[in-house]
Write a protein that binds this ligand. Structure first.
Ligand SMILES: C=Cc1c(C(=O)O)[nH]c(=O)[nH]c1=O
Length: 311
């Protein structure tokens, strides 16, 4: 299913989906997402050709206003998720998230998706995993990302989006948008976790994560300003037909409203969904609907991308 076509006539209740990595690694988790009545789409855990255990534990830690993780791409492997798609009817669009450990693995999986006539889904190429030891985030290497996308679009003809890391410099928004605008992308999903943060238990004077000496990607409410800046900055620069899935820091309807004001077509929920459970979708949707009613908005298009600046 082409998400952007789905998005075109999205009503509020269909706005939300899980952030990749959250509640989407196993068949049981995927079934629960599929049967969750409110969310309008879902995304798999980013997959590699072969299954991976990922990094050693502890690799996730809850913070007062967010989370830090160094999971290391644990997933059941490409074939497992292809089997899932084959054996389950899609009550909602399932975005297949792909994150090879190398350019070759990315291309290998995308060739298999392209050549699989039974697969007509929306794919998201994750160029932003911050936690695979020794693997740089491709999306911070603009030339490498351009080269990869050039090669991908020489053969990949099905709907494809890109998962991006946060950028922290307006010139970097310019540079990545210049690359992405060259390609017929269905969407950009921004932001991934804010890479290589560190949390410390000062009682024991020790880091809280085992992998990478404690370094991990930061998510949750504390990254909302960075997420909003990236959604807004890319919306202002990307071609209109490249939709944006806003991810990062969403804990309530007001946060989702802010993402939509910045231009998000759909909104993913990560840390909050993990901590509160799947009922988060119902609560956040109700909160957003209440805000819209209070403001007299009938549809998302009434305010999407209409953030005002101070003249
Ligand atoms: C795909 C790996 C990712 C991971 C991970 O598996 O460590 N964590 C994130 O916060 N973002 C990712 O993109």
């Amino acid at each position: 299913v082409d998400l952007s076509a789905q998005i075109a006539n999205m009503s509020v209740k269909n706005l939300f989906l899980n952030a990749s990595g959250i509640h989407c690694q196993t068949e049981e988790e995927l079934d629960e997402l599929m049967n969750e009545p409110v969310s309008g789409a879902m995304v798999t855990k980013s997959m590699t050709p072969k299954s991976r255990f990922g990094n050693p534990l502890p690799r996730y830690y809850r913070l007062a206003n967010g989370s830090i993780n160094s999971m290391g791409l644990p997933n059941q492997g490409f074939d497992y998720y292809m089997d899932y798609l084959k054996n389950h009817d899609q009550k909602k669009p399932i975005i297949v998230s792909v994150a090879g450990m190398s350019k070759e693995e990315d291309l290998e999986m995308l060739h298999q998706l392209q050549d699989n006539d039974g697969y007509q889904g929306l794919t998201e190429l994750n160029l932003s995993c911050p936690n695979v030891i020794g693997k740089p985030q491709m999306a911070y290497d603009f030339e490498a990302a351009d080269d990869l996308l050039h090669e991908v679009f020489s053969f990949y003809k099905k709907p494809l989006g890109i998962k991006l890391p946060p950028y922290f410099d307006l010139v970097h928004f310019d540079m990545i948008a210049e690359v992405l605008n060259k390609y017929p992308l269905s969407h950009v999903n921004t932001i991934n976790s804010v890479g290589n943060g560190l949390w410390i238990d000062t009682n024991s004077e020790t880091v809280v994560l085992k992998p990478k000496g404690g370094f991990g990607g930061v998510g949750g409410s504390m990254v909302l300003p960075t997420a909003l800046g990236n959604v807004r900055g890319l919306r202002q620069r990307l071609n209109d037909d490249i939709k944006i899935i806003g991810t990062g820091g969403v804990t309530n309807g007001g946060d989702a409203f802010a993402h939509i004001l910045c231009g998000a077509e759909m909104v993913s929920i990560g840390t909050q969904l993990y901590e509160e459970g799947l009922t988060t979708f119902e609560r956040v949707t109700k909160e957003l609907t209440d805000i819209m009613e209070a403001k007299g908005y009938k549809s998302l298009d009434d305010f999407r991308g209409k953030l005002k600046v101070i003249e």
